[in-house]
Design a protein around this ligand. Sequence first.
Ligand code: 5GP
Ligand code: MN
Length: 341
Amino acid sequence: MSDQNASFEQIGAALREHQRFAVLSHVRPDGDALGTTLAVALSLQQLGKEVRAWNEEGMLQKYSFLAGSDLLTLPPSEPEDFDVVVALDTATYNRLGTPLNSIRSSGLWINIDHHPSNPRYGDLVHIDPTAPATGQIIFELMCAARMPVSPAIAENLYAAISTDTGSFQYPNTTARTFEIAAELIRRGVNVGRVSQLLYENFPQRRVELLRELLATMQFACGGKLAWFSLSQATAKGLGVLPEDNEGLIDHLRAIRGVVVAIFFEELPDGKVRVSMRSKQGAVDVCAICKSFGGGGHTLAAGARVKGALDEVTQVIVQKACEAIETAGIPSELEPSGESQS
Ligand code: 5GP
Ligand code: MN
């Protein structure tokens, strides 16, 4: 544990000094998790290192277009020894998931992340909650430490930043984010191609899933809270993969007057995955998720809560309503109809 951020120079020196690396990111990975894992793994490979890039889900189908994606695999059943483990974009140690079982020994742990709730596990820790994506921190690290940023690495960092900023829209997107995007484009990113593969290449079943989710949509708190849910039965019926629901919550966030959006997903292990978004800093969804054992960012957070789908929905909806009321957010508009809850 370390209270102070390690400098990029310190991290760069540690990366150059050692030979065997494992690069990991969080369970239910998103574009930031997989993009940064590949970017760091590719850069280390170019420095002549031996690198494993593992994720609990392996490479997701929808991100398999990313340059170098073959590098990222499921963890092996036989554990391996490492000099350094690099954890990226992962708010808690446990969210690294099953790859942890494939590490027999490790010298140094490096933890690079942008989640404010990160408890700073590891030896060299760099947490920057102001960064909209871990990809942005990794770009700064690679420049400061003079690590290779090939066109393949640039593409992965661009995908990481584009997905975690909602295509450069979320409030933590800064001038620096655009400067970095511009630099990545100069280094070879084809924006049209990457954007089309990220946002206009969904399988039909994902849109069928959206139709089912919208059929369960409900509102409360005078339209400031919206949610929908996915049961195991529906997920099985449609044959959806866990990766299919990334981003669908944005359809709720996009509704005028909605301040908090929630997606409830029944998991096979008797828990419910809760995914929350807020449009106003006064309603901190990370604080709500933390009170249920989860975490994340002020405006985007999650938790896995034990219990039946209906019960968990009721408890969380109540908490979210309280948070909205406590924040005293005025209605921008007259509520358009009666609450359905
Ligand atoms: P999402 O809703 O997209 O799954 O996650 C939103 C944010 O909350 C992400 O930054 C993610 O890392 C974090 N998050 C999601 N679920 C959990 C959880 O169960 N525990 C913690 N600590 N963070 C979570
Ligand atoms: Mn991220």
